[in-house]
Write a protein of this length. Structure first.
Length: 275
């Protein structure tokens, strides 16, 4: 039996829900199901695109419920939390409409040679707490479109909306195509080194990203690491300083500064800095 993870709401300091703490054996089952679902899912491109649109519609219908969960577990104001629920629908539809190109390499009277992309296989997705629903969809949608199956782990601090997302998806997709497994940090470490997935998609800190890459290296998994950046705002000599300062400060403090791409430093001409 899986024990539960108590989720503390940042706004209240109180328990706002409980999510399963999945065991290593349950993770094995999730990956086995993903591997079993892969051949049929990869072979049906039209079916995948239709399923993505259906999932998008289901998320719109469940929008108020998902919104309440995001607010409870992240402490975000409603307007900011709505960005995640709205973007989830848009992101799925965008990828459902996206074409996968087949570049022509050469063609003559004897042969036609074009490049085709095949699904990489089962994907392990690990996402952080700052945008739980948005980060989940950003990994789920590309995997679905390209014919991969996915096992996704949310942060133990914000699993509630993502677990509910997984339940909604389970009602639409074949078993094993997308599975959400909530758990503590040790489960994420097992995902990176697990023998089944052929790719790990991770969003989080630089330190943890290094450990993910190390764990994935022995069997040459492909790895995508979206890590905390040190992004810079660049101010030029002719800048409107008051407007720029307001813009940089407003951007840097967006979502309480818990965003990977916001400016964390500024390059300012010496003439302005000295003023």
């Amino acid at each position: 039996m899986s024990s539960g993870i108590e989720v503390i709401g940042p706004a209240s300091g109180e328990v706002v829900g409980t999510a399963p703490n999945r065991s290593p054996a349950e993770l094995d089952q999730a990956f086995a199901a993903a591997a079993a679902a892969l051949p049929a899912w990869a072979a049906d491109e039209d079916g995948r695109r239709a399923a993505m649109v259906e999932v998008a519609g289901a998320l719109v219908a469940a929008g108020p419920e998902l919104l309440d969960l995001v607010i409870a577990e992240t402490g975000k104001p409603r307007a900011l939390a709505e960005v995640e629920t709205i973007a989830s629908d848009a992101w799925l539809r965008y990828y459902a409409d996206a074409e996968i190109p087949r570049p022509l390499i050469s063609e003559d009277d004897q042969a036609r040679l074009e490049q085709r992309h095949r699904p990489v296989g089962v994907v392990a997705g690990i996402v952080p707490w700052n945008f739980p629903l948005g980060n989940a969809i950003w990994k789920i949608a590309p995997a679905m479109r390209t014919g991969c199956t996915l096992v996704l782990k949310p942060s133990p601090f914000t699993p509630l909306a993502t677990v509910r997302l997984g339940e909604i998806i389970d009602e639409i997709l074949p078993p094993g195509v997308v599975t959400v497994v909530s758990g503590d940090d040790s489960l994420g470490a097992l995902m990176s080194s697990h023998p089944v997935p052929r790719k790990v998609a991770f969003t989080g800190s630089i330190g943890t990203g290094k450990r993910v890459a190390e764990a994935a290296a022995p069997d040459l998994k492909r790895v995508t690491l979206e890590l905390g950046g040190n992004d810079a705002a660049i101010l030029l000599d002719d800048v409107d300083l008051e407007a720029a300062a307001a813009a940089v400060m407003g951007t840097a403090t967006f979502n309480a500064g818990q965003v990977c791409v916001i400016p964390k430093r500024a390059f300012v001409p010496a003439s302005i800095y000295m003023d």
